[in-house]
Design a protein around this ligand. Structure first.
Ligand SMILES: [Mg+2]
Length: 427
């Protein structure tokens, strides 16, 4: 069904939540300088409607606390049950502006991530009902409709509705070419799989080789625990990948501003493509200082940026060269629409954070929408890829020649297999 044809109102009649945890710490998958033993987890939500449809969503956590995250999702139940969820703009704003729950943020942390899970589940539901993958559903919406879905509060000094409309209209005439391009070639990916901090040098060497063979055009190494180790590991990666291949580094918030500048300075000879999360995700001015000191090495951040306001400041301060939005940390699809438009306004490429549980499945839709309707460019843009836990998803991502294949099944690719939900539900 195309946009503009009113769908019959439908009611959400059931909402279930699950505390799902995978024991990834056993293999040190996902290990980095701040998170040495993550158990990748999902606080997972399923919505059901009276006409037999489902929507799936989740917040990603790394183990302990996933019960708290799941309880936060449950706190949103009164907003969801019995609702006609077709008007996604209003419901999203109602969730964000609940006068009591808002005290727990506002618009940050556990409650905001819970909103993300529910909002994303509503979008999954909508895309399934309309028989389209989410990226295409969004890409085919009119600029006016997209703008209606966004909460511009706190943004108007950087992005007004009129400016957002202008960005969305700029490349509207050539949308179909980019949709065709995506269906044929997909969207470029980079891989973080070789670079987890807990892997030994032989595993790093083997995985770097495999990344090249698989056609990836960029890799990323975790750094920040021990400088001598970082130098040795970066040397191994450079030996395998060659001097010019883009190799990003990721410190996962390990450093203060001064030590970030010093540490990355010591790795300069290896030509890092970007340094990711060098310091606290809340330290906008710190990122700007690091960016100025390390230029031309680029600074990237976003996976722990709590909302559109911090992204706005990072952009205003010239603190980042790459914006790494996360599908399930800010307020779901609606807030990410605002973030994509902010990035376009400041001409900063979006390279989403992925990995985790199902984040690759989600962010591919946001980048593909960005390419069709917002930035209209893939230049300097790649989606992170990590090759674990995809087998638990009904419509897992497919990587071909180092690119994400455009998903074509209806929905947001968020649904986990029922057996996985049951098997990994935390006891
Ligand atoms: Mg990271």
């Amino acid at each position: 069904m195309s946009e503009g044809i009113a769908l019959t109102a439908y009611a959400i009649v059931a909402m279930e939540s699950h505390d799902i945890r995978f024991p990834t710490s056993r293999e040190l998958d996902g290990s980095d300088a701040m998170n040495p033993d993550p158990d990748y987890s999902a606080a997972y939500v399923v919505l059901r409607t009276d006409d037999g449809h489902e929507g799936h969503g989740f917040a990603f956590t790394i183990g302990r606390g996933n019960d708290v995250q799941t309880a936060a999702i449950d706190a949103l139940r009164p907003y969801v049950l019995g609702r006609d969820a077709e008007d996604l703009g209003s419901l999203y704003k109602e969730l964000v502006y609940d006068s009591q729950l808002r005290w727990l943020g506002p618009e940050k942390g556990v409650m905001h991530m819970a909103i993300s899970a529910v909002v994303n589940a509503l979008w999954d539901l909508k895309a399934r009902r309309e028989g389209k993958p989410l990226w295409l559903l969004l890409a085919e919406m009119s600029p006016e409709r997209i703008v209606e879905l966004i909460d511009f509060r706190y943004l108007s000094d950087a992005l007004t509705p009129a400016q957002a409309l202008e960005i969305l209209r700029r490349n509207e005439d050539s949308k179909q070419e980019r949709i065709a391009h995506l269906k044929e070639h997909g969207y470029p990916a980079y891989t973080t799989s070789p670079g987890w901090l807990g892997y030994d040098d032989e595993k790093l060497r083997r995985l770097c080789k495999e990344a090249l063979e698989q056609g990836f055009t960029q890799i990323k190494l975790k750094v920040g625990a021990d400088l001598a180790d970082d130098v040795r590991r970066f040397r191994v990666a450079r030996e395998v990948c060659g001097p010019a291949f883009p190799i990003a580094i990721d410190a996962n918030q390990r450093w203060d501003v001064g030590s970030a500048i010093e540490w990355v300075g010591a790795l300069k000879e290896f030509n890092p493509y970007w340094v990711e999360e060098p310091t606290s995700p809340d330290d906008v001015l710190g990122h700007a200082t690091i960016a100025r000191a390390l230029a031309p090495i680029a600074v990237a951040t976003g996976e722990h940026v709590q909302n559109r306001v911090i992204f706005k400041q990072l952009l205003q301060a010239g603190a980042i060269s790459y914006l790494q939005l996360d599908a399930a940390r800010v307020g779901g699809v609606n807030e990410n629409l605002a973030i994509l438009l902010l990035a376009a306004r400041y001409n900063i490429p979006v390279c989403p954070h992925a990995g985790g549980v199902g984040l690759c499945e989600l962010v591919q839709h946001l980048s593909m929408f960005d390419y069709v309707a917002v930035s209209a460019s893939m230049e300097g843009r790649v989606i992170e890829y990590v090759d674990h836990l995809h087998e638990h998803f009904v419509d897992p991502v497919v990587i071909e020649n180092g690119s994400y294949r455009a998903p074509l099944k209806p929905g947001f690719s968020a649904e986990m297999h029922r057996e996985s939900i049951e098997r990994y539900t935390h006891q």
